[in-house]
Write a protein of this length. Structure first.
Length: 458
């Protein structure tokens, strides 16, 4: 997120100032311009928050180096002077690029915060401890800025949402909400659990899908290299001597000639479809189609579907406080699931039915078509008995246990299938090579040629 501060003047001559954040510099300036047009303001200055490198000294101590984000060089100098430092130098950082912290760092921060809050430690002290102990520079600087904003009395939800580029939209929302709620520890623990489960599921999904896909791709390249380069060098020796090739050798050689003769066609078939699919997925409709198809994939689709319901139930359990305030928890839980199709069905079908037609939660979920029969049955029981919140937690724990168990079994099955495919390919290559080794010239008078040929093959 990019932060801006601006000063402007009203028509009556009154000077005002304000600040806002945006995902990019161009969008931030557009927001300021729209704000000026709407309120009939004349913009005087626009300052973008940047990172400044400073070098200071206190008394006769050794000079200290550091960095600080601010809207101007003067702002940094004044802040350091108020702290009793003699400013030696302040310069804007030329290359102000900070990589997003790894997910593991975010999970660690949320989890440790939850544990410290559970020990009744004040949140300001929790932030101070984690700022000192966080090794990742991007996360450390973000926590410093959040701590400074909160000390100035800034709204916690607005403050955390400014850094959704670091934490992610859902995590930033939950952490901001926690500071304003009466159950801060519970929300932090639920967010930590959510992040851990999402990280664990993605890791397992990579093992189940991505690793086998890479293995198969490398195997394909190895076979392509053998068939397209190594095998023809040997097989064409027989053609020079007019030797009739056996069936498998002849077929493999024809296939090799096809590969060598059509490199552009082969490259187009291999690379264009994945590139087109990746570009299509980046569009709104493409992402919706992709997420919908993922839920319908054989075997793995069921696991993804149940994991989405687990995440939805876990977040809903954390935020739900009563039937009168159920819409907002449902909306946030749908966004947290991370699947655009699942989210759109709840937000565009279920929620409007509850608001406009006054139907119950279970009936609206059933019409959305993204909940399993088990989930609908349990929600119906919870709605009738008034235990919908505990029902959501029970469903989350149930689907967590089921998906973890089934995913482990799926990974084992896929590993066996990959091993069998590799074995079949190796056997096929061995048979072709063995058949090639049995080739002999038909003319008995070509003894020296036979010996030379066998020496070349050997």
């Amino acid at each position: 997120m990019v932060e801006f501060k601006f000063t402007a003047q009203r028509l009556n001559g009154q000077n005002i100032s304000g600040s806002l954040s945006a995902v990019s510099a161009s969008e931030g300036k557009k927001k300021i311009q729209k704000l000026a047009e709407k309120n009939k303001l004349e913009i005087n200055t626009i300052q973008r928050k940047s990172t400044y490198l400073y070098r200071v000294r206190k008394g006769d101590e050794k000079p200290i180096r550091g960095e600080q984000k601010a809207y101007s060089k003067k702002e940094v100098e004044e802040a350091l002077s108020r702290l009793g430092y003699k400013v030696l130098s302040v310069n804007r950082k030329l290359l102000d690029f900070q990589r997003k912290p790894p997910t593991t760092e975010i999970v660690t921060f949320v989890k440790i915060s939850a544990e410290l809050l559970d020990q009744k430690l004040p949140y300001s002290e929790v932030l101070t401890l984690l700022i000192n102990d966080t090794p990742n520079p991007a996360l450390k600087n973000t926590l410093k800025e959040i701590n400074n904003d909160l000390k100035k009395g800034a709204d916690s939800e607005v403050t955390f949402l400014k850094y959704q580029g670091v934490f992610g939209k859902f995590t930033a929302y939950m952490l901001g909400l926690a500071s304003k709620s009466g159950n801060m520890t519970e929300i932090y623990m639920a967010t930590a659990k959510f992040l851990e489960r999402r990280q664990e599921f993605r890791k397992s999904l990579r093992s189940a899908l991505i690793t086998p896909a890479i293995t198969m791709f490398v195997l394909f390249l190895a076979v392509l290299f053998y068939v397209g380069y190594i095998f023809p060098e040997t097989a064409k020796l027989f053609i020079r001597f007019g030797i009739e090739l056996p069936p498998m050798t002849a077929f493999t050689l024809k296939f090799s000639d096809f590969l060598i003769g059509n490199p552009l066609l082969i490259s187009a078939v291999l690379f264009i479809p994945p590139i087109v699919l990746a570009l299509y997925i980046k569009t709104k409709n493409g992402r919706l189609f992709y997420d919908k198809y993922m839920l319908k994939m054989p075997v793995i689709g069921s696991l993804i579907h149940k994991t989405l319901i687990e995440v939805f139930c876990r977040v809903f359990y954390t935020l739900y406080h009563g039937s009168a305030e159920s819409i907002e928890p449902i909306r946030i839980a749908a966004e947290a699931a991370g699947n655009t199709y699942f989210e759109s069905r709840i937000k565009q079908v279920a929620i409007p039915m509850m608001l406009k037609k006054g139907v119950g939660m279970t009936e609206a979920f059933e019409v959305s078509g993204v909940f399993t029969e088990t989930a609908l049955s349990r929600f119906h029981s919870g709605e009738e008995s008034g235990t919908i919140k505990n029902t959501a937690l029970m469903l989350a724990n149930y689907y967590e246990s089921e998906t973890v168990y089934r995913l482990k079994n799926l990974i084992e099955i896929i590993q066996v299938i990959i091993a069998m495919v590799i074995m079949v390919v190796m056997i096929a290559l061995t048979l072709v090579s063995a058949e090639t080794a049995t080739v002999r010239p038909q003319n008995p008078g070509m003894g020296s040629t036979t010996i030379e040929l066998e020496n070349n093959i050997g």
